[in-house]
Design a protein around this ligand. Structure first.
Ligand code: GLV
Length: 320
């Protein structure tokens, strides 16, 4: 079986993925032959593409393609390629190591917002010795937008600390005994936001969620709330967020993702006193664990598991 590793890697990154993926495949799927973009492979023989945001048009040139495995968890850019072959199933990265990384970043952000650590950092610069009123965790409403693998991993670390954790999804989700109050649908969002002190965004980017965090959304939050965006920059209307920060309605924002990445040097977020900027680093795919995930998935598929039964199978209609 011929597999192509293709995407927008820099040369060192591609070499690392190549070495680790080849090693993982050698164990899990010995009949696999792994190619990278510059190799002299026969496009018609490629059955599987392992991709990291490949250049639009890349997959169209592979007439024998039967499966696409994304190395990234979010497939919004992949699905935006109008030449993506329509019938080919796509699976996206689902890696417990990535979920753990996301949970750690979200936990840090929630603790920092709850305990006022960003405000204390500002006060330190002014040599200001002043404490704010202390709130218990159960007095803090944390709303997770999105309850996929990552949202649930974040909930698992927040619930035991006593936070009042709610989860919001576009479509109703089955109840679960995990301490997360579930809310679904557009009508449920406003009332939920009114009781949310901290919102953590982990939604997939789809036409239905693009621009969700706009002036109306932010106005629905109580004054002094905090926003943590760990999903995609396009979920947020940046001008509306800046306005909400500038009026003090929103106290702080932790932003890992942006409409334009890398964040342009002149962007106001860089120097905004109420914004913490992370360079899209909340939960990077780790090639060590992710290569093993891909190899296991491809071995299961080669052994007859249908793509729809693989973890991370992408429903193209839904967009994730
Ligand atoms: C990172 O943003 C990913 O989609 O994996």
């Amino acid at each position: 079986m011929d597999i192509l590793l293709t995407g927008g890697f820099d040369p060192a990154e591609r070499e690392r993925w190549h070495v680790l993926l080849a090693a993982a495949l050698a164990g899990a799927l010995p009949q696999a032959r792994l190619w990278v973009d510059d190799d002299a492979f026969d496009p018609a023989r490629i059955a599987v593409a392992v991709v990291a945001n490949p250049a639009p048009g890349t997959l169209q040139r592979l007439p024998g393609l039967r499966l696409v495995h994304s190395l990234w968890a979010g497939v919004d850019r992949l699905l935006a390629d109008p030449t993506l072959p329509p019938g080919v199933p796509i699976v996206r990265m689902v890696d417990p190591a990535m979920n753990a990384a996301m949970a750690q970043t979200a936990l840090w952000a929630v603790l920092a917002l709850h305990r006022g650590l960003f405000a204390y950092a500002r006060r330190q610069r002014e040599r200001c010795w002043r404490a704010h009123a202390q709130r218990r965790a159960d007095e803090v409403g944390v709303t997770l937008l999105g309850l996929g693998q990552m949202g649930r991993a974040v909930a698992q670390v927040l619930v035991p600390l006593g936070y009042r954790v709610a989860g919001w999804t576009l479509h109703p989700q089955p109840p679960a005994a995990d301490g997360v109050a579930r809310h679904a649908g557009a009508e449920a969002l406003g009332p939920l936001l009114a009781t949310s002190d901290i919102v953590v965004n982990l939604l997939p980017l789809t036409p239905a969620t693009r621009g969700l965090i706009d002036a109306r959304f932010l106005a629905a939050l109580p004054r002094g709330a905090g926003l943590v965006n760990l999903a995609r920059g396009a979920h947020v209307v940046e001008a509306d967020l800046l306005a909400a920060l500038d009026t003090g309605h929103l106290r702080d924002a932790v932003l890992d993702v942006f409409a334009t990445e890398p964040l342009p040097p002149a962007h106001p977020f860089w120097s905004h006193p109420r914004v913490a900027v992370l360079p899209h680093a909340a939960a990077a795919t780790d090639p060590r664990s992710a290569s093993a995930v891909v190899a296991r998935r491809l071995a299961a598929w080669a052994a007859g598991t249908t793509p729809a039964r693989l973890p991370g199978f992408v429903d193209r209609g839904r967009g994730y």
